[in-house]
Design a protein around this ligand. Structure first.
Ligand code: ZN
Length: 76
């Protein structure tokens, strides 16, 4: 059990190190060539008109732009 415990601790330290390195790498992301346009459609309800939310997202680091909401003229 002692050996396993040591191995687990070692592995956890390694994961933490890798996560920190990854975070640093992604902080310098220029998003160039990785930006995709995303949207989410809300079909509306009895009280709310339908709308679509648009934003850009970097597929490499996951950073998102501000959202723009386009409201539609109909209710759900
Ligand atoms: Zn990015």
């Amino acid at each position: 059990m002692k050996e396993l415990e040591k191995a687990v601790i070692r592995k956890r330290k390694l994961i933490k190190k890798h996560q920190e390195e990854l975070k640093e790498m992604l902080e310098s992301c220029t998003h160039k060539g990785f930006v995709v346009e995303k949207s989410h459609y809300f079909s509306g309800s009895y009280y709310d008109k339908a709308h679509t939310t648009y934003w850009n997202e970097c597929t490499l680091c996951g950073r998102k732009s501000e959202e723009t909401i386009k409201e539609h003229s109909y209710y759900g």
